[in-house]
Design a protein around this ligand. Structure first.
Ligand code: G3P
Ligand code: CA
Length: 276
């Protein structure tokens, strides 16, 4: 008797286990690894002095007790801030449910300090099991290649810039910018790239991606409203990684459609739902 090979859906912790811990902090990524996440998602931005840090917004105002654009601050400025106590605020800028407790910063300052990509790479390499990393370049076009250059230098330092094949790579690079992905592929052809899309486009409708990109990263909104596009992408041989999937019904939808990776703020809950 033959058994169809079960499709394994990867569970990716979006900004770490960001439902439980402040996004993009060491605490959130440690929790995601403990939770059993297959991969960690992080956004990266360049500081004024050229360090890649894991911060989603252009400014630090929402997720720290500081103010200003990441690109205008040096790493030492960011290191003085508390990126942990804001957690009570809705992750997408919604209403606060309680005041951040800036006065009572946890004892372990590293847990709530700004996280550099280098530190996150270190965490992953010390995880004791394979934990993949999905790194999103945020608004890279304004830096004319510097984000990708810096990123590739770091990957090289960790021996991650030249996997034998994309399937072997524990790291992938994601972006809404096709140009950013092109730069990565030009320098590191076997590092997989993921083209993120928030809205439906003719390209997506036809199951196509930018040249050389093998993985589609559509928003959950696209998946809900146009499941046929997802099927088309899969039929065209692409992998599909969907963000941000937190509700059980949406997890079911993704599994039904054969989605390859579910990017979620609650990795443990999704793993439980998948029976893992
Ligand atoms: O994983 C992709 C997703 O994170 C893109 O949206 O705004 O959460 O970075 P955003
Ligand atoms: Ca992101």
């Amino acid at each position: 008797m033959t058994h169809a090979r079960q499709h394994l859906t990867q569970v990716v912790a979006h900004r770490g286990a960001s439902e439980d811990a402040p996004e993009h902090t060491l605490a959130a990524y440690r929790k995601a690894i403990e939770d059993g996440a297959d991969a960690l998602e992080c956004d990266v931005r360049l500081t004024a002095d050229g360090h890649l840090v894991c911060v989603h917004d252009r400014r630090v105002n929402r997720t720290s007790n500081g103010r200003g654009a990441v690109s205008a601050l040096e790493l030492s400025d960011l290191a003085a801030l508390d990126f942990g106590s804001w957690k009570s605020r809705d992750a997408f800028g919604g209403p606060r449910v309680e005041e951040p407790d800036w006065e009572h910063r946890p004892e372990d300052r590293e847990d709530t300090s700004v996280l550099t990509l280098e530190r996150l790479l270190g965490l992953v390499s010390d995880a004791g099991r394979r934990v993949e990393l999905a790194i999103e370049t945020k608004h890279p076009t304004r830096w004319a290649g510097q984000v990708e250059e810096r990123l590739l230098l770091l990957l090289k330092r960790y021996g991650l810039d030249a996997p034998a094949s994309p399937g072997d790579s524990p790291v992938r690079v994601m972006s809404f910018s096709a140009r950013s992905l092109h730069r990565v592929r030009a320098a590191a052809p076997t590092v997989p790239t993921v083209y993120l899309t928030q809205f439906v486009s003719p390209r997506l409708r036809d199951g196509r991606l930018p040249p050389g990109v093998r993985i589609a990263g559509p928003s959950l909104r696209i998946v809900r409203s146009h499941p046929a596009y997802i099927e088309r992408l899969k039929q065209s041989g692409h992998q599909v990684h969907v963000w941000t999937v937190n509700e059980p019904a949406d997890v079911d939808l993704c599994v039904r459609l054969g989605v390859d990776a579910i990017i979620t703020n609650r990795p443990r809950a999704v793993l439980d739902q998948l029976g893992r």
